[in-house]
Design a protein around this ligand. Structure first.
Ligand code: NI
Length: 179
């Protein structure tokens, strides 16, 4: 396993439409393992291929069980390949979202409250999932990454530019000062 480098906005690699995974082979399994390790180390609750420079339709999530404290919950990662939303509820819900590619930036995004998903797991087996709550938010957020869409693309241009400027400022502050 290895911790991968997480790409941050405004990198053009985050704006690319990802390609379907042809076969869940050893390389893909390794990539999914590395993505889980990278997500846990960050820490985050979701990570999509394009965020680690792989323009492939795959993502990992690890959403804590709702109603229980996050601390003390054992890791429960899910690996999702070639996901497709086959149903979304009419009911919409706002949620304060963040993203490992936009560190420490948050904004409220409105999405369907529930979804049904079809995907392949890490063994290449077809699966279906009915997701609600944070899991539904997280999966939709990660699936946006496969289309080159970031959560800030769902908010006003004014708010988006503010966030991107803040991000650039924070990055400049992190750079070492030449002595
Ligand atoms: Ni994200």
């Amino acid at each position: 396993m290895a911790i991968l480098n997480i790409i941050e906005a405004p990198d053009p690699r985050l704006k690319v439409k990802a390609k379907p995974v042809k076969q869940v082979d050893a390389r893909i399994k390794q990539l999914l393992d590395d993505m889980v390790e990278t997500m846990h180390a960050a820490p985050g609750i979701g990570l999509a291929g394009p965020q680690v420079g792989e323009a492939l339709r795959l993502l990992v999530i690890d959403v804590p069980k709702e109603g229980l404290p996050r601390e003390g919950q054992p890791p429960n990662p899910m690996k999702i390949v070639n996901p497709e939303i086959v149903w979304a509820s009419d009911e919409l819900k706002p949620w304060e979202e963040g993203c490992l590619s936009l560190p420490e930036q948050y904004a409220e995004v409105v999405r369907p409250a529930e979804i049904k998903l079809r995907y392949l797991d890490e063994t290449g087996t077809k699966r279906e999932l009915h997701a609600t709550g944070v899991m539904a938010v997280c999966i939709q957020h990660e699936m946006d990454h496969l289309e080159g869409v970031l959560f800030v693309d769902h908010i006003s241009a004014l708010r988006r530019n503010m966030i991107l400027r803040k991000l650039q400022k924070a990055r400049k502050l992190k750079q070492p000062v030449p002595a």
